[in-house]
Design a protein around this ligand. Structure first.
Ligand SMILES: [Zn+2]
Ligand SMILES: [Zn+2]
Length: 258
């Protein structure tokens, strides 16, 4: 079993206090952390959440010297149209094994903030899925599209609601395919926010369109969620005929069997 959890955070993200050392104790195999980059972070009072790349790289290099190079470097880029130029210039000249691309906010509020409950759900979905497609179109070099349901986690969305947005979702998946990115199955979305039906539908669409790259990530912010419900997500993928997961080293994709 060569695949590993491809979406995790440590104290290098402002919303996590977890240590690399604790994650290292969970496995003898590889690890990657994918720390936040969110400019004008609505969830964090509007300040810029910027990964300290030098400190992050230094910490991982020190641990890798002691732990057989088991830790890979990753980042989760939160896109907004307004932060496009800052994102591009931040990534310039920096090396990551994997870059996740996310949409967490629309420049005014994060999609997990309570204001969402007061808005028209269909309008939120429309805006969010458009931003997702734009993110993939505008950012080159990202490897994984993370939690496609982030913007609708607070909404009571059913598969039928998603079907109404099938053209928009297919548009997003076409952009993901065009960039050779992997589609993430975010297991906290699936089993904590209970959106596994939505994932089953989205994975089905992606397969229909010829997609074959899947990434599995818990989005753990502490070791309690490390590989959260991986067995369930793997079972779902197998049921849909998927036989492998896509991992990234130095931004290069390879497959591990499930
Ligand atoms: Zn995220
Ligand atoms: Zn995350």
């Amino acid at each position: 079993m060569g695949y590993y959890d491809q979406h995790m955070h440590t104290y290098f993200s402002p919303d996590s206090a977890e240590s690399f050392e604790n994650y290292l104790e969970q496995t003898d195999g590889l690890l990657v952390t994918t720390e936040h980059l969110d400019f004008h972070d609505a969830y964090n009072g509007g300040v810029d959440t910027v990964l300290n790349y030098a400190a992050y790289s230094e910490k991982i290099a020190a641990l890798n010297a002691l732990h057989d190079g088991r830790i890979r470097r990753g980042i989760e880029v939160g896109y907004t149209p307004e932060s496009h130029d800052q994102i591009i210039s931040y990534l310039e000249g920096k090396a990551f094994d994997v870059i996740l691309l996310s949409v967490h906010q629309n420049g005014r509020y994060d999609y997990l903030q309570p204001i969402i409950d007061e808005l028209d759900p269909k309008a939120v979905m429309q805006e969010y899925f458009e931003l997702c497609a734009e993110a993939v179109r505008q950012v080159d070099g990202a490897n994984v599209f993370a939690h496609f349901d982030y913007g609708i986690r607070r909404l009571p969305v059913t598969v039928d609601d998603l079907r109404e947005f099938e053209p928009a979702l297919k548009g997003l998946l076409a952009e993901i395919l065009a960039k050779d990115m992997a589609l993430e199955l975010n297991t906290r979305s699936m089993y904590e926010y209970k959106n596994s039906d939505l994932y089953r539908y989205m994975v089905g669409l992606y397969l229909e369109m010829g997609g074959s790259r899947f990434s599995l990530g818990s989005d753990a912010h502490s070791i309690q969620k490390y590989r959260y419900h991986f067995d369930d997500a793997i079972a779902l993928l197998r049921e849909l005929g998927v036989t492998g997961l896509t991992l990234f080293k130095d931004g290069i994709a390879y497959t591990e069997k499930i």
